[in-house]
Design a protein around this ligand. Structure first.
Ligand code: NAG
Ligand code: NAG
Length: 190
């Protein structure tokens, strides 16, 4: 008798806990006010810097991490995947002040021209944006004049960021592939 009572109690308790658990799992979100996160007025920032993509020499900043069997015979390097940690500087001179890095991947995603899929974070290391990032996901047809890529988000000072980046080649060494690219970035953030 006592055994039956005890097992009934255990089953009842288990069922109760399960019911409680499942009703709780329906409530994982709620509406809050922007001010509760300290968000005030949205502002627009313009950032200007130079991006250094170095493929040659002892210390390249971008390396090929993957390719297809056909990549070497493709005029657009289709299938090539590069990993970069490219310095961002104030001026075109690579020895000018480094304000951050472009860290991520660029991959050749077009069979008809050099059209790169860019997936990267601008990681800032100077001033009020030190430690903050902006995320880029876009297409970069490197041999066209000015390329535009979306800013899809950010962290730190750039939480909730959205905007666009304009890239313009400043110099390109056709032998090594080393390039300096001027970036103008426009981002809305709080
Ligand atoms: C393509 O060319 C590069 C450089 O010449 C070489 O290192 C690589 O092995 C080649 N890849 C293929 C898949 O043939
Ligand atoms: C950027 O922030 C890091 C981490 O807080 C700090 O170590 C570094 O000195 C800062 N750099 C500048 C230039 O303020």
């Amino acid at each position: 008798m006592a055994m039956a009572k005890a097992s009934f109690l255990i089953i009842f308790t288990l069922a109760f806990c399960l019911a409680l658990g499942s009703s709780k799992s329906h409530k994982y979100s709620k509406t809050i006010s922007p001010s509760s996160l300290g968000l005030k007025k949205e502002k627009l920032s313009h950032l200007h810097f130079y991006f250094h993509d170095v493929l040659s020499g002892q210390n390249p900043t971008a390396v090929r991490v993957a390719a297809a069997a056909m990549t070497n015979t493709s005029r657009s390097f289709f299938g090539s995947v590069m990993m970069m940690d490219d310095p961002l500087t104030l001026l075109p001179d690579p020895k000018s002040k480094t304000i951050g890095y472009a860290q991520g991947i660029y991959a050749s995603a077009s069979q008809t021209e050099v059209g790169l899929l860019m997936v990267l974070n601008f990681v800032f290391k100077e001033g009020k944006y030190n430690g903050s990032t902006l995320s880029v996901l876009g297409r970069n047809a490197v041999f066209s004049g000015i390329r535009e890529m979306p800013i899809v988000g950010g962290s730190g000072a750039f939480r909730f960021a959205r905007g666009y980046a304009k890239a313009k080649t400043h110099s390109l060494d056709m032998n090594t592939g080393d390039a300096v690219v001027e970036y103008n970035v426009y981002a809305l953030h709080y």
